[in-house]
Design a protein around this ligand. Structure first.
Ligand SMILES: *Cc1c(COP(=O)(O)O)cnc(C)c1O
Length: 251
């Protein structure tokens, strides 16, 4: 069994647990309000709780408060935590190395961080061995940020065409993390460019490729610092960590 090193005393734990539940409920309300303000149906925006570095006992509080979608940036964490948590969908949102593709194909419900055609080939092959079609999002490096993974926006459509031809992947949409230090105007411009790319790609007709196999319905963008803007620009899935669990402890 895997015990956290610094399991707090019961009273302290109860307090921290209550804080996570409250913050989750508040973020969920905030997401719905942002959708309404944008003239959108709140049911069209999914809230993911990003649980990287968060202890299982605290994640459990969020799941009990109503979270049904968790995001992790390491495949080992999904593998380790899944068995110890109540049922919830678990998506990989961090860069995946090709040598971990088989493990990811086995234990992630969706891979949001598909960032190369080579990785797509590995994942499809791994899916084939498992008899499973792997749902994926293409990660787009919308800000052309040197420090980030993802397809440059102008290469996304061509990559998508190749990836859609792989037998054991199902492309469900796009994901992005905009540059960290951008202000509101710049960040909204990146989100708006993502929305445009999403629409262009979704409406593209491809020969001999089944549209049902690749239902392009997810535009994953928006984090703690910018999710209301992402929702205003068309996001269908926001990935929120800090605003639910507090500041991360990377010890
Ligand atoms: C950590 C992370 C998030 C959540 O970030 P917060 O600012 O804590 O909400 C969202 N998406 C990705 C890809 C992440 O790595």
């Amino acid at each position: 069994m895997d015990c956290p090193k610094t399991m707090p005393e019961t009273a302290e734990r109860r307090k921290q647990g209550a804080a996570v539940r409250e913050r989750f409920v508040r973020v969920r309300e905030d997401v719905a309000e942002a959708a309404l303000r944008a003239g959108r149906n709140p049911a069209q925006v999914r809230l993911m709780a990003v649980t990287k570095t968060v202890d299982e006992w605290l994640i459990r509080e969020a799941v009990e408060a109503g979270t049904d979608l968790l995001g992790e940036n390491k495949v080992q964490e999904i593998q380790r935590k899944r068995g110890n948590l109540p049922p919830a969908e678990m998506h990989l949102i961090g860069h995946l190395q090709r040598n971990k593709a088989a493990k990811a194909a086995e234990c992630a419900d969706m891979i949001q961080s598909l960032d190369s055609v080579a990785l797509a080939r590995e994942l499809s092959a791994a899916g084939g061995k498992l008899g499973r079609t792997i749902p994926v999002l293409l990660e787009v490096n919308i800000g052309r940020d040197e420090a980030k993974f993802g397809f440059p926006p102008e290469q996304t459509a061509a990559a998508l065409e190749e990836i859609m031809r792989l037998p054991c992947l199902s492309v469900r949409g796009l994901m992005t993390v905009p540059p960290f230090l951008a202000d509101e105007r710049q960040t909204r411009a990146f989100f708006s460019q993502m929305m445009q790319l999403f629409i262009d790609i979704r409406d593209k007709t491809l020969d001999n490729i089944s549209k049902e196999a690749h239902a392009m319905e997810v535009l994953s963008m928006g984090m703690s610092g910018d999710y209301p803007w992402a929702i205003a620009e068309g996001s269908t899935l926001v990935r929120v960590g800090t605003a639910i669990f507090g500041m991360r402890d990377y010890r």
